[in-house]
Design a protein around this ligand. Structure first.
Ligand code: SF4
Length: 434
């Protein structure tokens, strides 16, 4: 059933309500009542505060925010001021956390961008959104209400393609209109938008930064784990009673997050598959891993990843092979096809996975040969994510689930329920059952 983003109902907090207010704080007056003015006086120490807080990027790459700010600030000067790009695009269709954050508290994200600009020596903030998304209106209204802040703001609509909001692709788009990644060697903190040092941070990261500036690093670390402090936003969709975005402390067990979304566990011994971390994520059997904490360390220990912090639960009988084949085809179509792994590798593994789902035994060996050849060979990380997902699907079908794979190999595709992993850039919560 299709739902639309309703800021008041699509968000839940589990014991912590930092980013997501109890009621949407849309107006400048409501925002000031809740959090007060932007504390610009701490801008010169903000990178250090972010490092002390242990803040890492919430867009998927988890790069230390303080380190990134220091690098940009070190390259900026009065003659060549930096640029801040607030990435509000959310390229992975399984994630809606930034959309919900912006729909609930747009000023908090803008505060973070203003503070980051002051901290790195930027005179320009670009709010990058997917072209035509509802987020544009929320940001435009918020900007119109704020007092003059001595910074040039603009909102730029970016093509709603999977790789178009990767940091180097964003910068390339802003410079040339070409929204393809510029590759691993592109050094945007030295020379990014208009050749100026550029800080690209995800919307949630900026909102966290605005809270750290107000309340300090110790406050930030008061929840979460020592290695992964603070809260984070997690998008939960698929076969749950209440799909939405939950704010949780780092390390919160999957079971707690899923209970908030009214997940019903399957019978003992029957796998309950979930895709965790986005389209470049991994498959996890919730019946075996429900006590795993939502942190990079704990998910990594079971072969998973936090990725874009999304969880898509398959319905009972949902088929990992069929879903993976769809996703790989989507990722192959989404690639910019500038380099070999993207142009040839992704379509080949998508075809192999579809063949495997159709009962072609030889596809297992082909995938076994191809995945290592593609991994880490692309100009950007796009093919690596597809490889990780394919490898995770093959792992998921070992052990007790081997019988499921055997069914595909003997009889072709199974009679699984309709796929639920959202593809394309519709709101990911539309796949839910609300
Ligand atoms: S891997 Fe694909 S998306 Fe990444 S740089 Fe190469 S062509 Fe572009």
């Amino acid at each position: 059933m299709t739902t639309t983003l309703d800021p008041a109902t699509m968000s839940t907090r589990i014991g912590v309500a930092r980013l997501l207010p109890a009621q949407p704080a849309l107006s400048w007056a409501d925002h000031l009542r809740r959090l007060g003015h932007v504390p610009l006086q701490v801008a010169s120490e903000l990178a250090e505060m972010a490092s002390a807080a242990g803040l890492v990027g919430r867009g998927g790459a988890a790069f230390p925010t303080g380190r990134k700010m220091t690098a940009v600030a070190g390259n900026a000067s009065r003659r060549r001021p930096a640029v801040v790009v607030a990435n509000c695009c959310e390229g992975d269709p399984t994630a809606s956390k930034d959309a919900v954050l912006l729909a609930n508290s747009p000023h908090l994200v803008i505060d973070g961008a203003v503070l980051a600009a002051a901290a790195v020596g930027a005179d320009k903030v670009i709010l990058a959104v997917h072209r035509g998304s509802a987020t544009t209106g929320a940001l435009r209204t918020a900007l119109a209400e704020r007092p003059a802040e001595g910074i040039e703001f603009s909102i730029v609509g970016v093509p709603a393609r999977f790789v178009a909001s990767e940091a180097t692709a964003l910068v390339r788009y802003l410079n040339t209109g070409d929204a393809r990644p510029a590759g691993r060697t592109s050094v945007i903190w030295e020379s990014g938008v208009q050749g100026r040092p550029t800080l690209v941070d995800n919307a949630e990261t900026l909102a966290q930064l605005a809270l750290i500036a107000r309340f300090g690093a110790s406050w930030f670390r008061a929840v979460g784990t020592a290695a992964e402090p603070g809260t984070l936003l997690v998008t939960v969709g698929g076969a749950v009673g209440v799909p939405g975005v939950v704010e949780v402390a780092g390390g919160t067990p999957l079971r707690t997050i899923l209970t908030a979304a009214q997940w019903t566990p399957t019978r003992a011994g029957v796998p309950a598959w979930a895709l965790i971390g986005g389209l470049a994520g991994c498959w996890v059997d919730l019946n075996r891993a429900a006590e795993t904490g939502f942190s990079a360390a704990e998910l990594g220990a079971i072969g998973g990843t936090k990725g874009v912090a999304s969880i898509v639960v398959l319905p009972a009988g949902g088929c990992v092979l069929t879903e993976t084949a769809r996703i790989l085809q989507y990722l192959a179509d989404a690639g910019a096809r500038q380099c070999g792994p993207c142009m040839f590798g992704l379509p080949a593994i998508a075809e192999d996975m579809a063949a495997l789902a159709g009962g072609d035994r030889s596809a297992v060996a082909r995938l076994g040969r191809r995945l290592p050849v593609i991994d880490k060979r692309g100009g950007c990380g796009h093919p690596d994510g597809a490889v990780a997902l394919a490898a995770s699907a093959l792992r998921a079908l070992r052990g007790p689930e081997a019988v499921h794979l055997d069914g595909h190999l003997r009889h072709g595709p199974c009679r699984s329920p309709a796929p639920v992993v959202p593809l394309g850039h519709e709101n990911s919560l539309r796949s839910g059952t609300r």
